[in-house]
Design a protein around this ligand. Structure first.
Ligand code: NAD
Length: 309
């Protein structure tokens, strides 16, 4: 069993670290949030007060941080991972970041004698807790094979996508497809309703027809159809709108750098931007369903109701 450092014990990192503990690894974790630290401690993570303490003697150092800037600052600097981790430690970043940040992590790690793998994840907090995440791995052969072993306790599937940054490229592309799909599902759900269809019957039809997709299966935006969907909880987030905006912006920026035409991706981005501008960044990304009706109403949505969280 390995000594593993885990930096960033939030909604994703927390349960991922707990699954490493359950698999018998010795996990030392660090976060800035007292709540995150307390939850991780409860689950058997040895919570420490600095990155230096967390990475001491570690065979692998895993990060799960909000954005590229956080990843850069946690790796770099006198208090960072590079300054304190053993050179033999494999560095794995599971955060969703831009391709440039990921390339920088690979290049700068190599320059300092570290092996690095980009290992972004898909499957949300439910997948993190259940240990069923899809992990998309990018790195040179040796780093990628080693990474595939370390992520096993929280992975349902761990797939080596290719060389450095291939994992993050797969992740950004996948999420762009998901968020375009989410807009299609919102529009379909409201149209079906206006055409007089029973939402559950329509959902059953789509589930065995060509409109079937992940957002339809998991996030259907009408109350009473999918138990775990945000529509049943006044659109309290299962996937926050501001995080959806972050992911699709990274994908749109990547497409722009390659001069691609992605009007659907840009439309989805504009819808999330609108939600965030309206002050709903912490609500679920499927709240874009309210844009379908001219009066901004949606079944299951009460803008005046207090959050249940
Ligand atoms: P989160 O905000 O819940 O967790 C991030 C944690 O990082 C927080 O606890 C924060 O305190 C900590 N942190 C920030 N700066 C730090 C620092 N300098 N040192 C130590 N800790 C620091 O976010 P999350 O939902 O767990 O997401 C983490 C990453 O995973 C993001 O990049 C996100 O895009 C990606 N992701 C999230 C989901 C999801 O459904 N939430 C799904 C797939 C991927």
């Amino acid at each position: 069993m390995a000594q593993i450092a885990f930096i960033g014990l939030g909604n994703m990192g927390g349960p991922m670290a707990l699954n490493l503990v359950k698999a018998g690894h010795s996990v030392r974790g660090f976060d800035l949030s007292e709540t995150a630290k307390a939850l991780a401690k409860e689950g058997g993570v040895e919570v420490v007060e600095s990155i230096a303490e967390a990475v001491e003697g570690a065979e692998a150092v895993i990060t799960s941080l909000p954005k590229g800037d956080h990843v850069r600052s946690v790796l770099d600097g006198p208090d960072g991972i590079w300054a304190h981790a053993p050179k033999t430690a494999l560095l794995l970043d599971t955060s969703t970041v831009d391709v440039e940040t990921s390339q920088w992590c690979h290049d700068q790690s190599a320059e300092r004698g570290f092996s690095f793998a980009d290992t972004p994840v898909s499957g949300g907090t439910v997948g993190a807790a259940a240990g069923t995440l899809a992990v998309m791995i990018g790195g040179d052969d040796d780093a990628a094979q080693r990474a595939a072993e370390y992520v096993k306790p929280f992975a349902g599937n761990a797939i080596v996508a290719g060389g450095p940054t291939a994992g993050i490229a797969a992740k950004l592309t996948n999420n762009m497809m998901l968020f375009i799909e989410s807009i299609a599902v919102n529009e379909g759900a409201v149209l079906a309703d206006r055409l007089g269809l029973d939402p559950k019957v329509f959902w059953d039809i789509v589930s065995v027809s060509s409109g079937r997709c992940w957002a339809q299966q998991t996030w259907y935006p009408v109350p009473g159809v999918i138990e775990s969907a945000a529509a049943n909880k006044n659109f309290d987030a299962t996937f926050r709108a501001d995080l959806a905006l972050k992911d699709i912006t990274l994908a749109v920026d990547a497409a722009d750098k390659h001069s691609l035409n992605i009007p659907a991706g840009k439309l989805a981005k504009a819808q999330f931007e609108q939600l965030v501008e309206e002050g709903y960044g912490d609500k679920d990304c499927m709240l874009t369903v309210k844009n379908v009706s001219p009066d901004g109403s949606a079944k299951g949505w009460d803008g005046a109701a207090p959050s249940s969280k």
